[in-house]
Design a protein around this ligand. Structure first.
Ligand code: UD1
Length: 418
């Protein structure tokens, strides 16, 4: 168990470069299974979730080389169609590999990813979609075996616009016979990135970014080099780190269009934001103002920003309301913020946050990735030493978080655990 030690109360100032997107990298790396050739990917963040994904690729027989933000994957000699249980438990989103494996080899074995800190996270939408594509699914002892002679394009309506199910079904139908149409598809920018990547490889996917995606099956794919989009949640996190410390920072390598709802809420809270094509400057007020947020599928306010923005609201003037509509268990961080002096009450999906003037530094525990990031935001504000334990969760999703913050004038050190 490692910890962040934050000497808080410092204004953030300077320039920060946003890394490549974690959530875009994962399905695109899975997509590298499809071509049976070499794929070069750039702007891949150096984070734990990517390491696990690459471990899975190696175990099934891919050759993987990694240098800084560049990885090369050779999927010509895959020898196994099974995603190892131990790795699957470590990272729920490895379920995304199943679509690519079954799409290419017409068979795949993986296990139920189980619950996680932010909710039950079922995969019924993934499996129902697979069945519609003609894939047989046998479930036994927690394992799911997929097999079929051929995958046949069809229309799949998602009951909910699940990001992972949309990506998995795209990957599974790239080689399908005929056309697959996914309706009520998720519209997240990461899905557009996946489409762009696959099309560069020779796939025929259109409509990503809208709620109807069409995939015309192809027979072959070619080698490809692709640069991953910037991480919109990391960008939003730095905006909040600045907002709570009444700082003034510039984000580089960011797509402002991807985080419109976060920008809009920060403006409501009194921040000034100056947008350019791939840069955002933010100047925070002396004290933020309260707001109301409701998390929604894209282009609504992202659930991944809920806790991080919530941390800002703990010191905003007035009472803020948050409604979490995507995951049922995403307020665990609130208890830790309360220990720091926040006034938060939770009722089902709603949190009511009465802004206090200052949080105080203390020892807290992170229990999931974005909840952990919320504690960092709070720790940057609170004067004195905040110790955040269990930062392994945070390291899953943020590249060099401590170094990037320190470049902006924060004082964050890592204390390695045993
Ligand atoms: C992805 C993101 C995660 C983000 C989430 C919502 C990745 C690696 N992770 O997760 O950071 O918080 O989108 O924006 O990209 N659901 C079902 N059945 C299913 C699938 C999902 O009921 O088969 C439900 C989930 O329980 C949840 C909701 O749908 O309540 C949204 O989940 P989904 O969009 O699938 O999230 P992920 O793809 O897991």
């Amino acid at each position: 168990m490692s910890s962040y030690i934050i000497n808080g109360g410092k204004k953030l100032e300077g320039i920060v470069k946003i890394s490549g997107s974690k959530n875009a990298s994962l399905p695109i790396i899975a997509g590298a299974i499809l071509n049976g050739k070499t794929t070069k990917l750039y702007n891949i963040p150096n984070i734990h979730d990517i390491q696990i994904t690459l471990e899975i690729l190696k175990l099934i027989g891919c050759k993987v080389k990694k240098k800084n933000d560049k990885i090369t994957i050779d999927s010509s000699n895959i020898i196994s169609y099974e995603i190892p249980y131990a790795l699957m438990r470590q990272m729920r989103s490895s379920v995304i590999m199943a679509g690519a494996i079954v799409g290419r080899f017409k068979k795949a074995v993986f296990s139920y990813p189980g619950g996680c800190e932010i909710g039950a996270r079922p995969i019924d939408l993934h499996l129902n979609g697979f069945r519609k594509l003609g894939i047989n699914i046998e479930e036994e002892g927690g394992f799911i075996k997929c097999s079929c002679d051929k995958i046949v394009g069809t229309e799949i309506h998602l009951d909910f616009p699940s990001v992972g199910a949309t990506e998995n079904l795209i990957l599974a139908s790239v080689f399908a016979q005929g056309e697959t149409i996914i309706t009520n598809a998720a519209m997240e920018p990461e899905i557009v990135d996946l489409q762009n990547f696959l099309n560069l490889m020779g796939a025929k996917v259109e409509g990503a970014g809208t709620n109807v995606i069409r995939i015309k099956g192809v027979k072959n794919l070619k080698e490809v080099s692709y640069k991953i989009m910037p991480d919109r949640i990391e960008a939003g996190t730095f905006l909040c780190c600045c907002g709570i410390t009444n700082g003034n920072i510039v984000l580089e390598n960011v797509v402002p269009d991807h985080i419109v709802p976060v920008i809009s809420k920060l403006e409501e809270s009194g921040c000034k934001l100056y947008l350019q094509k791939d840069k955002i400057e933010i100047k925070a007020p002396k004290r933020l103002l309260c707001t109301e947020i409701k998390t929604m599928p894209y282009p609504g306010f992202p659930t991944d920003m809920q806790s991080i923005y919530g941390a800002c609201m703990t010191v905003a003037k007035g009472t803020s309301i948050i409604i979490e509509n995507i995951f049922e268990n995403r307020y665990k961080y609130a208890g830790e913020l309360i220990r720091m002096g926040a006034k938060i009450s939770i009722e089902g999906r709603m949190a009511v946050i009465k802004g206090v003037r200052r949080l105080h530094a203390t020892e807290v525990y992170s229990s999931d990735l974005r909840g952990g990031a919320a504690l960092v935001v709070a720790g940057l504000h609170a004067k004195g030493i905040t110790r955040i334990n269990n930062i392994e969760y945070i390291l899953r999703g943020y590249e060099n978080f401590d170094k990037k913050l320190n470049n902006l004038g924060a004082e964050v050190t890592i204390k390695e655990g045993e």
